[in-house]
Design a protein around this ligand. Structure first.
Ligand code: ATP
Length: 236
């Protein structure tokens, strides 16, 4: 993303002059206080701005060199982007397995068993509860299910917005460990999360936003030991 400016309906500024990028297999974390522009930034890349009444008014988004500025989600998903939005999107009245089958386009039959196995290896609890209704899962398990469903598309870029929001702290580590495994398997991961200590442990590179602008970026080590800075509560 290069020099992005996003405005919401009525002209409200979402982000201004925000640039970030993620290399193959990297984990990138985006930090910032409430309203800093984290969600807007990842929506701009995944194409989920229009549904929120927003649009990119300046700047450029490219995926593998292909200009996808302002492209709709079906375009970015074809290029390998899986976006897991802040509010988990599972179907509560379907079972875990049915949820995994509820993708618009299922993986080809020849790959399906392997991909399902991969999701169940990453999140064994989903296997244990595969015949249960998703609505009966805990918030963390629903998050795992949403991420697992995203992985069935074999994304090149997985974006998870507010991954641990509202989840018990005991679930943070397993989710971040899963992100590390996903990246090691070659998928690029972008995480927006307020569980900064864990995010710093797994991320390769971090971006700090403040009032819609990028204020600091660098390797995780740069932010480590200064979680307040990463949270955007102190000036860089
Ligand atoms: P949070 O942690 O609270 O989710 P955030 O860092 O993700 O915050 P954004 O949600 O991207 O921040 O918000 C960035 C700016 O865009 C804020 O000033 C916010 O008020 C504005 N904004 C976000 N969504 C909308 C919307 N639907 N309509 C108008 N303005 C919006």
């Amino acid at each position: 993303a290069e020099n992005l400016m996003v405005r919401y309906r009525g002209g409200a500024l979402g982000i201004s002059d925000v640039s970030f990028d993620a290399a193959d297999g990297q984990i990138v974390a985006i930090f910032g206080a409430n309203g800093a522009g984290k969600t807007t930034s990842v929506r701009a890349v995944s194409g989920f701005l229009k549904t929120e009444g927003a649009k990119i008014v300046r700047g450029r988004v490219t995926i593998d060199g292909k200009d996808v500025t302002g492209a709709e989600p079906h375009v970015t998903s074809r290029l390998g982007v899986a976006f897991i939005p802040e509010r988990r999107k599972v179907f509560p009245s379907l079972t875990v397995t049915e949820n995994l089958h509820s993708l618009g386009v299922l993986p080809p039959k020849s790959r399906r068993a392997e991909l399902f196995d991969r999701v169940f290896t990453l999140f064994p609890i989903l296997h244990e509860r595969k015949s249960e209704l998703a609505g009966k899962l805990s918030g963390g398990q629903q998050q795992m299910l949403a991420i697992g469903r995203g992985l069935l598309t074999e994304p090149r870029l997985l974006i998870v917005d507010e991954m641990t929001l509202g989840l018990h702290v005991s679930l943070h580590a397993p989710l971040f460990t899963a992100m590390r495994s996903i990246a090691e398997a070659g998928t690029t991961v972008v995480i927006v999360d307020e569980s900064i200590e864990f995010a710093l442990d797994v991320a390769d590179h971090c971006y700090l936003l403040s009032s819609g602008r990028l204020t600091l970026q660098g390797p995780s080590e740069m932010f480590r030991g200064n979680e307040l800075l990463a949270a955007g509560y102190v000036e860089a």
